[in-house]
Design a binder for this molecule. Sequence first.
Ligand code: UD1
Length: 417
Amino acid sequence: MPKIKIEGGHKLSGTITISGAKNSVVALIPAAILCDETVTISNVPDITDVDDLEKILIHLNAKIERETGKVVINSSDIINKEITEDLSKKLRASYYFMGALLGKFNKVDMYFPGGCAIGARPINLHLKGFELLGAKITEEDNHFIIEADKLKGNNIYLDFPSVGATINIMLAAVKAKGKTIIDNAAQEPEIVNIATFLNNMGAKIKGAGTSTITITGVKYLHSCFHEVIPDRIEAGTYLIIGSLLGHNLKIDNMIPNHLEALIAKLTEAGVDMEIGLDNIVIKEPKEYTATDIKTLVYPGFPTDLQQVMVTFLTQCNGKSSVEETIYENRFQNIKELRKMGAKAKVRKDNRKASIKGKVDLVGTDVSATDLRGGASLLVAALIASGVTNIDNISYILRGYDKIVEKLTNVGAKIEII
Ligand code: UD1
């Protein structure tokens, strides 16, 4: 099995260019099948989640062409058949085919999605939304058949502003008869990106980016060209790396507004950064002070940056606390970080951790526990003395485009072995 080998302690200078957002593109690709004409999506990251969605499109007989940074999809000959368990389980975002196929054919047949084991991650809110649009759900052993005679708009209140449920309901409602109102909708930038894409195809969606989204059903969606927004989690990861190792390191092609919570927390800890319109430059690392983090839905501190932030906090003087409010099991990386010398403890209920710094991390053999947990180990390895080998790197490659190349270009000693 391939591993990532990192020799730590090297200064990083130059420019890292941020790729298109994983959590946006993984919804845009299933959304594209709602259209019977050709759709072009640009700024597509080269990550294995996109490979897995391509496999599902091919399975459904859609045409997909991939060039560097671009996918062209034509779904006019798509066949609505079961998405096998193997394909459904490859990634979390396979669940967007539920909303997209239901919206297109009034029927979908697939299995419970996969994704990182960071909590139970039920899909009850997605299913509740589909039911309120008029669908019937038959579920047996993780196999779902969701079908409707006709989808009809309705008022849907989400008990929690779930990203996946908000997008899935938009996908199912876009061609439904009448008006759908999603209340307590998620407000993440990715939601706005998907709504813009659907509107570019002729959908009528208003309010994306606020807690109330209104969708007026349309009969037909037409061809369009759409660009994926920059990945705020990738940008945040490199910003944290830059805070620890950057010497005139520029994180380019990002949207600083999407990272306000992280920027506020790094600034509180003492990170000095120059914030431009679409970039952030870090002049040099400083001595940092401990700070407390609590993950929240957007625009709060993103859970997807919590694990990488834990590594940052090992380098801050004092005791920091990290509270995870979104997932029940997102501190698995701490066990691995402790092998490298981190002084961190997780509370019994797995919801809070305390981190004591500053400690000198030491390279060793560790294993990625999940995508962002893997990234937290990678950041630790970059600052540690000696060599670290990270196992289970398929998690990391699911979400970070050309990570080895991007870090090598700015001076890191990193390779896949
Ligand atoms: C998406 C992102 C993920 C990110 C998360 C929160 C994708 C592919 N993944 O995941 O990277 O960490 O948003 O920003 O975009 N929940 C329910 N019932 C539901 C749906 C969700 O209880 O039907 C719970 C989940 O278990 C979790 C919380 O709500 O505790 C947030 O989940 P959600 O916002 O839906 O996250 P995902 O869409 O899975």
